[in-house]
Design a protein around this ligand. Structure first.
Ligand SMILES: *[C@@H]1O[C@H](CO)[C@@H](O)[C@H](O)[C@H]1NC(C)=O
Ligand SMILES: *[C@@H]1O[C@H](CO)[C@@H](O)[C@H](O)[C@H]1NC(C)=O
Ligand SMILES: *[C@@H]1O[C@H](CO)[C@@H](O)[C@H](O)[C@H]1NC(C)=O
Ligand SMILES: *[C@@H]1O[C@H](CO)[C@@H](O)[C@H](O)[C@H]1NC(C)=O
Ligand SMILES: *[C@@H]1O[C@H](CO)[C@@H](O)[C@H](O)[C@H]1NC(C)=O
Ligand SMILES: *[C@@H]1O[C@H](CO)[C@@H](O)[C@H](O)[C@H]1NC(C)=O
Length: 313
């Protein structure tokens, strides 16, 4: 997430007030736009026809959407996890920028994807993954950003060869994502340097982050990073529309989830974010807090109406 989004804190108190913490209601009618917008799939992108194939969203064996995940199920409350996981819930995976799940997430039955956030503790990465039978790993979070993991590309490449590449021997079949750069101007140059320095690194998929307004900017970025970094499968591990108008955000969410469900090269996506536990901080600005020892910055607080929409439709 990016600091320039600090000011964009949307306080959607009317909707929040309708929703007690452990009982989600349907989105309030006042929070949705009555305008029906252009279908995402009808928007034209020059790259689309060339490089993408589409099909229906994959479904897990228990009927969830195999692509749809949550970033930071911020809760020590098992009831919140049960809400995510209720019969009609579509979310099939979760991550919290940490390497090992707290007990409530570990017990949730929702797949937890570990992340090696920065260089800290990387010596013990293999043990940590083996202890939880992990088969997928996310790596460095926004290393191009000095307020996040802040690792230069050459150091990241060295760390990768020393601690990450050997996982292919200790955990056969593991799938490993590239470092997830920010969508700021520093991101793409950082990744270019990283891939240049890490020619012997095996990178299975490319996690990306994006913040902005409107589907077109998001889709352009998605296709750009897909083609620029070797047509690797994409995981959108953080994204959100930063508009202050809830109706714009709802439209963006509706269109992007539907569209990404059809794009074969988008393997997973996670809306930013699920922050039930810090709703009491809504009036703090900017919203910074420490989560599991990591400094977090919350650019936008969205109403639970929107979260509900993401979880269920
Ligand atoms: C979540 O759902 C899955 C699949 O229905 C189930 O196996 C698991 O026990 C559920 N988790 C909780 C905490 O109820
Ligand atoms: C790695 O694990 C060992 C013991 O399992 C511990 O002593 C050590 O402090 C850990 N190192 C890091 C960097 O966490
Ligand atoms: C990992 O797999 C082993 C062998 O199947 C199993 O005994 C163990 O409980 C699993 N550990 C976790 C944390 O799932
Ligand atoms: C990549 O591996 C090859 C073969 O082991 C080696 O010769 C080369 O120096 C390595 N390149 C880098 C950048 O480490
Ligand atoms: C990516 O896909 C395009 C279009 O199919 C192809 O021309 C290009 O060679 C691919 N790039 C890589 C690195 O595979
Ligand atoms: C988003 O989709 C839901 C149903 O899936 C619908 O109720 C809502 O009106 C849609 N919102 C917008 C802005 O299109």
């Amino acid at each position: 997430m990016a600091f320039h989004l600090f000011a964009r804190v949307s306080l959607v108190l009317t909707c929040l007030s309708l929703l007690p913490s452990s009982t989600y209601a349907s989105p309030a009618s006042g929070s949705t736009s009555s305008t029906s917008s252009t279908s995402a799939t009808s928007t034209t992108f020059s790259a689309t026809a060339v490089i993408s194939t589409t099909s229906a969203a994959p479904t897990t064996s228990n009927g969830k959407n195999a692509k749809r995940g949550l970033s930071y199920p911020d809760t020590d409350n098992l009831a919140d996890v049960l809400n995510i996981n209720q019969t009609k819930g579509l979310v099939s995976w979760q991550y919290d920028w940490g390497l090992t799940p707290p007990p409530n997430l570990a017990q949730s039955g929702i797949q937890y994807i570990p992340m090696q956030w920065g260089s800290g503790g990387i010596e013990n990465l293999s043990q940590a993954l083996q202890a939880q039978n992990a088969t997928i790993l996310l790596t460095f979070n926004e290393p191009d950003f000095n307020q996040q993991s802040n690792i230069d590309p050459n150091t990241a490449a060295q760390l990768w060869m020393q601690h990450i590449e050997p996982l292919r021997t200790t955990i056969p079949g593991i799938r490993i994502g590239a470092p997830a750069v920010s969508s700021d101007t520093t991101g793409v140059p950082w990744l270019t340097s990283f891939f240049g320095a890490c020619t012997n690194c095996t990178v299975d998929f490319l996690p990306i982050h994006w913040y902005g307004e409107g589907v077109e900017g998001f889709y352009s970025y998605l296709f750009q990073l897909y083609s620029q970094f070797g047509n690797r499968t994409i995981w959108v591990t953080e994204y959100a529309d930063t508009s202050l108008a809830d109706s714009d955000v709802m439209t963006f969410m509706n269109q992007t989830t539907a569209y990404m469900d059809t794009l074969d090269f988008v393997e997973r996506y996670a809306w930013f974010g699920y922050f039930v536990g810090i709703r009491s901080s809504l009036l703090a600005s900017p919203l910074t807090f420490t989560h599991r020892g990591l400094k977090m910055v919350l650019p936008i607080v969205r109403s639970l109406c929107l979260v509900f929409q993401f979880l269920h439709s």
